[in-house]
Write a protein that binds this ligand. Structure first.
Ligand code: BMA
Length: 316
């Protein structure tokens, strides 16, 4: 039996590569993905040109495995209020459908000389053809922000990661914060940090896919960072938050649920990276986990609610 058997790599991996796009790209990775009410899948990939200019590129799929890029990358606003905080790279898009309102929301990290801020975009239609920029959340520096798929106590909620000094910011740990309107944010609480996990998260951690509501609470698929010699190893971890009070971690996976191992996770712009940004739960309990491989490709891991919950074997 393999050492880790929670997530199975899909045989079609990597499912999205730079060769799929109509322009030269260095990579297409760290993709968010949702299943729309139509049953189709919408992916948002981070794409890098060779000059490291970045964009978010949307792709469509009928089965969640074979994706077709749209003709152009997603348009971003041409306004001063957007560009002031996003005149450098934008990356790591994560999408969530909010059950209470039916809204399709996207977050992305936006860099400028002033640091990293998280932007919220909202789809103007049901399949994400047009998007409106809602606002930036809070002040720099935050990363790895993803919406819960339901309001909590009547408020939108996100998992968030303030960047603190050291370990590329990952020491800040995973927080939750809430908003009545997607613009004003508060009720921030720290959920966990590197000290709550073992060595695989010694270099930091951050939210990954949108939390999934299960019988044991909010199942969160996260990324964990381990310093090793002259590199960082990004693995996939899991934890469960209390259903009614998600500021509380109630269980965690004592070891990563997936570590970089396949060639497309080891060789790329940055080696040894599995970086999850999306998860889709199917009716039969299968969970499709979308993750970036080595900062170059998008890959698919297949798991299930049962396997993921079983992996979270340590109560907190
Ligand atoms: C993180 C983010 C990700 C990236 C990862 C590995 O800090 O920047 O976008 O995939 O590092 O390089």
């Amino acid at each position: 039996m393999p050492a880790l058997d929670v997530v199975t790599r899909h045989p079609a991996n990597p499912i999205v590569t730079r060769d799929d796009f109509p322009v030269p790209l260095e990579g297409a990775y760290n993709s968010g993905c949702v299943k729309l009410t139509t049953g189709r899948y919408l992916m948002a990939a981070r794409v890098n040109e060779y000059n490291q200019r970045t964009a978010i590129w949307l792709l469509d799929s009928d089965d969640g495995i074979a994706f077709t890029p749209r003709p152009q990358p997603m348009a971003v606003p041409q306004t001063a209020s957007w560009q002031r905080y996003a005149d450098s790279v934008i990356y790591d898009p994560r999408m969530t459908i909010i059950e209470d309102t039916g809204e399709l929301l996207m977050t992305m990290a936006c860099h400028s000389a002033l640091g990293c801020r998280i932007a919220t975009f909202r789809a103007c239609d049901h399949d994400g053809r047009d998007w409106e920029f809602v606002d930036y959340q809070g002040i720099p520096c935050h990363r790895n922000t993803v919406y819960f798929p339901r309001k909590i106590n009547g408020l939108y909620a996100v998992l968030d990661r303030p960047n603190l000094a050291g370990n590329g910011g990952g020491n800040g740990g995973i927080w939750i914060k809430c908003s009545p309107d997607l613009r004003f944010w508060g009720a921030a609480e720290r959920i966990c940090g590197p000290g709550d996990f073992l060595n695989h998260a010694a270099g930091g951690l951050g939210a990954g896919a949108p939390p999934i509501l299960t019988e044991r609470g909010w199942l969160c698929i996260i990324h964990c960072v381990m310093p090793a010699a002259n590199t960082l190893i990004y693995s996939v971890g899991a934890m469960i938050l209390d259903r009614d009070d998600p500021t509380r971690m109630v269980a965690k996976a004592p070891q990563p649920i997936m570590v970089p191992d396949a060639p497309y996770e080891m060789l790329g712009l940055v080696p040894s990276v599995c970086f999850p940004c999306g998860a889709v739960v199917e009716d039969d309990g299968e969970v499709k986990i979308y993750y970036g491989g080595a900062d170059r490709v998008t890959a698919l891991g297949i798991s299930s609610i049962d396997r993921l919950l079983a992996a979270c074997s340590e109560s907190c």
